[in-house]
Design a binder for this molecule. Structure first.
Ligand SMILES: [Zn+2]
Ligand SMILES: [Zn+2]
Length: 341
């Protein structure tokens, strides 16, 4: 089987022929149909973050495909069934976090495409308990971006406790943001979308944003304050300045939810304003299996639209460059079977 492999940080990925991986107990082998390109994969390939993967490894945590072989003890999945293999490849299931609905914080977790090989390959392994069944009516090409971009923003809005009639700021309308806008609308919020290209602001409007803010020329904090301030701001743009800008646009009691991960990023949180205004700064990382099940359910019911462009896996390096140049409207999905939607 073919796989796109990171052999050294910062080097182009190498297409390799590898033997099909053998599922161990509790695992399944998946014939990958589609695999999304998340910015995290680029950070992984560059070794950008303090905790690094160990090359050689196969990135990718938006792999979707058909179960091809069951490992020992797997009884709840069937050969031929479509599953998604998210970032949360495995968690311990026993710790405080796992037992309290926060398996995303498990310290024993193994992350797909980071701590084990991921979805930039024709075949991959998954722990069966964490391979999420994809409902009928959801294509592999749509399921791929939902598997990280979807679940991550859906969870972030839950973390923010968004309620109807609230003003929610979505900072960054890309792979994550275009879904965040839709989840915020589903939650009944008024949505302010923030970006720096006309194309992305137009996309946000088309997806239901009530207000768009062009951060190239508008003072984001000031515009949000003019509308009463945001009850919640979801920071998705990989840019430190964008975090500080939305933080300044919160209303009293508002919440800044940090999701994007600029390498070595930090922001200044003004103590006086934070205390007086009772605002919160919260981190949110991906989502649980239940969150992903709900994301798929919403999509199967026709409530969300996934914007993506498909590419062959062999174009992985050019595709990464496109993302880094900011040229991709929402999400690149590698179409491994050439089957399209
Ligand atoms: Zn991701
Ligand atoms: Zn755990």
């Amino acid at each position: 089987m073919k796989a796109a492999v990171v052999r050294a940080f910062g080097e182009p990925l190498v297409m390799e022929d590898r033997p099909d991986p053998e599922p161990g107990p509790g695992q399944v082998r998946v014939r990958v149909e589609a695999s999304g390109l998340c910015h995290t994969d680029i950070h992984a390939a560059h070794g950008d973050w303090p905790v690094k993967p160990s090359p050689p490894f196969v990135p990718g945590h938006e792999g979707v495909g058909l179960v091809e072989q069951l490992g020992d003890g797997v009884t709840h999945l069937a050969v031929g069934q479509r599953v998604a293999v998210p970032w949360l490849g495995k968690a311990c299931g026993r710790c405080e976090h796992c037992l309290s609905g926060w398996e995303t914080l498990c310290e024993q977790q193994i992350n797909t495409g980071y701590g084990c090989d991921g979805g930039y390959a024709e075949k991959m392994l998954a722990w069966a308990d964490f391979a999420q069944p994809v409902p009928d009516g959801v294509s592999a090409i749509d399921a791929a971006p939902l598997t990280c971009a979807g679940v991550t923003t859906y969870r972030a809005l839950k973390v923010a406790g968004v309620r109807p009639a609230q003003l929610v700021a979505i900072s960054g309308v890309g792979g994550l943001g275009h879904l965040a806008v839709q989840y915020a609308k589903i939650a009944g919020a008024t949505v302010a979308a923030i970006d720096v290209t006309d194309e992305k602001l137009e996309l946000a409007t088309a997806l239901g944003a009530d207000l768009v803010i062009d951060a190239r020329k508008d003072d984001v904090g000031e515009v949000l304050k003019r509308h009463g301030g945001a009850h919640a701001a979801i920071a998705l743009a990989v840019n430190e300045g964008a975090f500080a800008a939305v933080n300044s646009g919160l209303r009293r009691g508002g919440k800044l939810v940090m999701v994007a991960l600029p390498a070595h990023g930090s922001i200044q949180v003004p103590i006086f304003d934070t205390v007086l205004n009772g605002t919160s700064v919260i981190g949110s990382i991906v989502g649980t299996r239940q969150d992903l099940a709900e994301v798929f359910q919403l999509h199967a019911a026709g409530h969300t639209k996934v914007i993506s462009e498909t590419r062959p896996l062999a174009s992985v390096n050019e595709s990464i460059d496109e993302v880094l140049r900011g040229e991709v409207k929402a999400r690149i999905v590698f179409d491994l079977l050439g089957a399209g939607r």
